[in-house]
Ligand binder design. Structure first.
Ligand code: ASP
Length: 297
């Protein structure tokens, strides 16, 4: 069986009332789609989503890689994950500080270790040993702590701009990748959904899904995996995403999450309950399509 290659990326669910420019968001989403598609065509779906996320990490426009937001101590601690649906295998890193591209480190965990998730100092040491490019030293930017007792009080904090990508290659292999600096003002050591397979990212032989929003909600609901289950029941990605978003709305309320998925038929869709979630897709041989942009910045 042959499939039409497709790549889709998002720039995070949130209220997006940021100082960032719409042009910047559009430019980097498009660049990410183009670079991701090139890698899908030259290599495979996993390399495609890896490349797409690396472009967004390097842009400095999003809350991932160079643009990561600081934690309560003013330091950055990043999370990332990548999954190869055809092999049912994943690699991830959490609370990393050393590396410029956490998703690349996650890819090394997938390819070159016996583990799925490596955190903190151990992950930093691995990046150094691998000779991966280092994050430039940044001045500490102290942040107001997130003091609310539980996630529903934190909705105002959800500014958006975590990144993720899903893709399918011509051999019908699906892949998903995600990267974030986490929630601004988070406690040191806090890990969100982004490096947790089945929560922030998931891929199998039928679907690839990434999630963005309040990591605690996404993790508690195992949302990416939940979409894969809903796809099994419906065989329609847009319905599967809608069903899961409805479940989230009932259980945790609105303004909490966004989901992006592609399926084996090459159908791609996103659903979010926030003000915006910039996302786009590129089908082989067509022009990029970008949606979900904020109407006010
Ligand atoms: N899900 C990310 C986290 O909780 C944040 C985001 O998607 O904006 O770490």
């Amino acid at each position: 069986m042959k499939c039409l290659p497709v790549i889709a990326v998002h720039g995070g669910a949130g209220h997006w009332r940021t100082k960032k420019s719409l042009e910047g968001i559009l430019k980097y989403i498009e660049e990410s789609l183009t670079a991701g598609m090139e890698s899908i065509l030259e290599k495979n779906a996993v390399e495609g989503v890896l490349k797409a996320v690396m472009v967004l990490e390097d842009s400095g426009e999003f809350n991932a890689g160079l643009g990561s937001v600081p934690n309560i101590d003013g330091e950055i601690e990043m999370d990332a994950g990548i999954m190869d649906g055809s092999r049912g295998d994943a690699g991830a890193v959490a609370a990393v500080r050393y590396v410029k591209n956490p998703v690349l480190l996650a890819y090394y965990v997938l390819k070159n270790t016996n583990h799925v998730l490596i955190v903190g100092e151990g992950a930093d040491r691995l990046a150094e040993q691998l000779g991966l490019e280092k994050m430039p030293i940044r001045e500490r930017q102290r942040r107001d702590p997130v003091l609310s007792s539980r996630f529903w009080a934190r909705k105002e904090e959800l500014t958006g701009d975590t990144v993720g990508a899903v893709g399918i290659d011509s051999e019908c292999r699906l892949a998903a990748a995600s990267s974030t600096g986490g929630l601004a003002g988070k406690l040191k050591g806090r890990v969100g959904d982004t490096p947790i397979p089945g929560a922030g990212f998931y891929a199998d032989e039928n679907v690839a899904v990434v999630a963005t929003g309040i990591g605690e909600v996404i993790t508690l609901g195992a949302l990416s995996r939940r979409v894969a289950e809903a796809w099994q029941a419906t065989k329609r990605i847009e319905i599967a995403l809608r069903l899961v978003l409805n479940e989230v709305n009932v259980r945790y309320g609105e303004n909490t999450v966004g989901l992006l998925g592609v399926d084996i038929y090459g159908n791609v869709h996103a659903e979010y309950n926030t003000e915006a979630m910039p996302w786009g897709y590129l089908r082989y041989g067509e022009n990029p399509v970008i949606k979900g942009l904020p109407t006010r910045m």
